[in-house]
Design a protein around this ligand. Structure first.
Ligand code: GRF
Length: 226
C-alpha cells in the first residue's frame, strides 16, 4: 500500500489508539481533540485487556472502544492481522500506541507503514523496554525524558519525531520522577501528532526530518508510504 502523504491540508485524520491500561496519554489525546489543539478524530480505541481503564475513558468521550485480546490466536502474526483489520475497517489513518504492552510485528507495521507512533518514557536509545523510568532512576542519570517515535520492527527504535528532557532531582523517588515524566508525555504526544499530521516531513535513514527546518517542503517529495 502506498498511501498519500499523511501530512498536508487534510482535516480530521482518523486516529486509532491502542492501549493496555490506565490510558492517561489517551486522555491527553481526547482532550486535545476536544479543545481543538489537535485537528483529528479518534476513530477507535482498542485494548488487548478488557480491564483497561482507558476503555472507560474512551466510552465516556463517546468513542468506539473495543477489547481485542491477544490470547487464543494461533500466532502473533494472526493477532497483528486481526488488529490491522479492526483499524482498517474503521478508516484509521494513524495508529497511536499509548501504553500498549504488545510488540507489533511486520504484519501491522507494513499495513500502516510510517503511520504508527509510540510514546516511550525515556530519552531513547537509552532505556528501551519496560520500566524505563526505573531504569533511568537507578542508573543515576541527571536528565530523563520522553520520546515519541515512528514504530518499526526494532523495539523502541524507529525514527524519533520529538524528545522532551525532564530533570532528575536528588530528592526524587521513582514515583515522583515518573509523575514528572508523565506530565511531559501528555504534552509531547499531542505535539508529535500535530507535527506528523500538519508539518511536511521526510525520513532520511533513521532520521525524522522536519522539512520546514531545512528550507521548506517545496520540491521535496515524501517517501513512499509516508
Ligand atoms: C506511559 O508511560 C507511556 O510512555 C508508556 O506506557 C505508559 C502508559 O501510560 N509507553 P498511560 O496508560 O498512557 O497512562
Amino acid at each position: 500500500m502506498t498511501p498519500d502523504p499523511i501530512w498536508g491540508p487534510v482535516s480530521g485524520r482518523r486516529l486509532g489508539v491502542l492501549i493496555s491500561g490506565r490510558g492517561s496519554n489517551l486522555q491527553a489525546l481526547i482532550d486535545a481533540v476536544a479543545d481543538g489543539r489537535l485537528d483529528a478524530v479518534i476513530g477507535v480505541v482498542i485494548s488487548n485487556r478488557d480491564d483497561a481503564t482507558g476503555l472507560e475513558r474512551a466510552r465516556r468521550a463517546g468513542i468506539d472502544a473495543i477489547c481485542l485480546s491477544h490470547r487464543g490466536w494461533p500466532s502473533r502474526d494472526d493477532y497483528d492481522r486481526a488488529l490491522a483489520r479492526e483499524l482498517q475497517q474503521r478508516g484509521v489513518d494513524v495508529v497511536c500506541l499509548a501504553g500498549f504492552m504488545r510488540v507489533l510485528g511486520p504484519e501491522i507495521i507494513e499495513a500502516f507503514s510510517n503511520r504508527i507512533i509510540n510514546i516511550h518514557p525515556s530519552l531513547l536509545p537509552s532505556f528501551p523496554g519496560v520500566d524505563a523510568q526505573r531504569q533511568a532512576f537507578e542508573h543515576g542519570v541527571k536528565v530523563a525524558g520522553v520520546t515519541v517515535h515512528l514504530v518499526t520492527t526494532e523495539l523502541d527504535g524507529g525514527p524519533i519525531i520529538l524528545q522532551r528532557v525532564v530533570p532528575v532531582l536528588d530528592t526524587d523517588t521513582v514515583d515522583v520522577l515518573s509523575a514528572r515524566i508523565l506530565a511531559e508525555e501528555h504534552q509531547a504526544y499531542v505535539e508529535a501528532l500535530r507535527i506528523l499530521l500538519e508539518e511536511p516531513w521526510t525520513i532520511e535513514g533513521r532520521r525524522f526530518v522536519r522539512l520546514a527546518n531545512v528550507g521548506g517542503a517545496s520540491g521535496v517529495r515524501p517517501p513512499a508510504g509516508n
